[in-house]
Design a protein around this ligand. Structure first.
Ligand code: NAP
Ligand code: ZN
Ligand code: ZN
Length: 349
């Protein structure tokens, strides 16, 4: 037995997404079932659907920024009850036993079972996982997040990926008063980086392709804003930053950005473009600089981030869209025309 629900589906890298149906499993003892109210659109959805990260298992139902209201809980569930506001991010399961899972870093699960994505992956029984562009979902309670009452569900959705993806490295590299942080790319991830770094007390600079979104960037909490299309930017800011978070979905010139780091500064790769990027070693070695990466965040830190956002009034800037607008939203994302996260109103599906 299972439940049939509506969903937006990709069946190939080239065809537009279309409305269809998928099956959701019955609620097991440890499961939480919820009606999805809003689902954010992440650039990773697009990379996956367009096969930029390798051939996915079509049909793909994207969406890993999922917010909704609990409709049913399993007999053993203790954390949630019917009516609770909950969310699901990028994964719905992991091995639960490796050192990383035990430490709450499920995104870095090294167990044999591994981290299982919210879509384009599999459930325990081997059936495919389908994401948030759908009307309901069933997830083990240990992989469900509680959405604080003060955050409306439409604004909560993007926190489940964009929010945690920026929160985690900002915390890990101690963003706070006295730290000079640059955010590269003012899209879905980048604009959350600006808001979160500002709320943590860091000095924030946006590095965007042009000055088109400068007014927004400063309003969101940036102290400074520069265009990377202007070569002067890279001379003016040389050696300035303790931490650079790169959210760009395409390749950048690594040397340019490494040279913006202070001695011992770190460039963290958050964007995951289709093609590898060459790393010139001189700007890395000459400055004892570090190049790193970071992927989303574990369940405990994601909950911490949601509570931080509630406490500090940090929420994304969103454009709520109808489900049928998904393909246009993808086109706009490709042309950097996102202000600053598309969120699907699932009631329109
Ligand atoms: P997005 O909303 O499309 O934002 C990306 C931004 O990058 C754009 O708004 C644009 O900012 C800039 N950009 C785009 N193309 C560019 C180019 N050719 N040259 C220079 N800048 C360019 O995407 P997103 O949802 O924030 O995701 C960004 C990337 O992070 C994607 O690769 C995604 O897969 C990845 N991601 C990683 C994680 C993780 O855990 N590490 C999690 C989620 C997403 P400006 O207009 O300001 O220049
Ligand atoms: Zn994402
Ligand atoms: Zn594990």
């Amino acid at each position: 037995m299972s439940t049939t629900v509506s969903a937006y589906v990709a069946e190939s890298a080239t065809a537009p997404l279309f409305k269809s149906t998928i099956e959701r499993r019955d609620v097991g003892p440890h499961d939480v079932a919820f009606d999805i109210k809003f689902s954010g659109i992440c650039h990773s959805d697009l990379h996956t659907v367009k096969a930029e990260w390798g051939e996915p298992n079509y049909p793909v139902v994207p969406g890993h920024e999922i917010a909704g209201v609990v409709t049913e809980v399993g007999s053993e569930v203790t954390k949630y009850k019917v009516g609770d506001h909950v969310g699901v991010g990028c994964f719905i399961d992991s091995c639960r036993e490796c050192d990383n899972c035990q430490a709450g870093l499920q995104q870095y699960c090294t167990g044999e079972y591994g981290m299982h994505g919210t879509y384009n992956s599999t459930e325990r029984d081997g059936s495919p996982t389908y994401g948030g562009y759908s009307t309901a979902i069933v997830v083990d309670e240990n992989y469900v997040l509680r959405i604080p009452d003060s955050i409306p569900l439409d604004k909560a959705a993007p926190l489940l990926c964009a929010g945690i993806t920026l929160y985690s490295p900002l915390r890990h590299w101690n963003a706070g008063p006295g730290k000079k942080v640059a955010i590269v790319g003012l899209g879905g991830l980048g604009h959350m980086g600006v808001k979160l770094a500002h709320a943590m007390g860091a000095q924030v600079t946006v590095l965007s392709q042009s000055l088109k979104k400068m007014e927004d960037g400063l309003r969101l909490g940036a102290d400074e804003y520069y265009a990377t299309g202007d070569p002067d930017t890279f001379t003016k800011l040389a050696g300035k930053f303790d931490l650079i978070l790169n959210t760009v979905s395409a390749n950048i010139n690594m040397a340019d950005y490494l040279n913006l780091l202070a001695v011992d500064g770190t460039l963290v790769e958050l964007g995951i473009p289709e093609h590898p990027m060459p790393v010139p070693v001189f700007p890395l070695a000459g400055g004892r600089r570090s190049l790193s990466g970071s992927m989303i965040g574990g369940i405990p830190e994601t909950q911490e981030m949601l509570d931080f956002c509630a406490e500090h009034g940090v929420t994304p800037e969103i454009e709520v869209i109808e489900a049928s607008y998904v393909n246009e939203a993808y086109e706009r994302m490709l042309s950097s025309d996102v202000r600053y996260r598309f969120v699907i109103d699932i009631a329109t599906l």
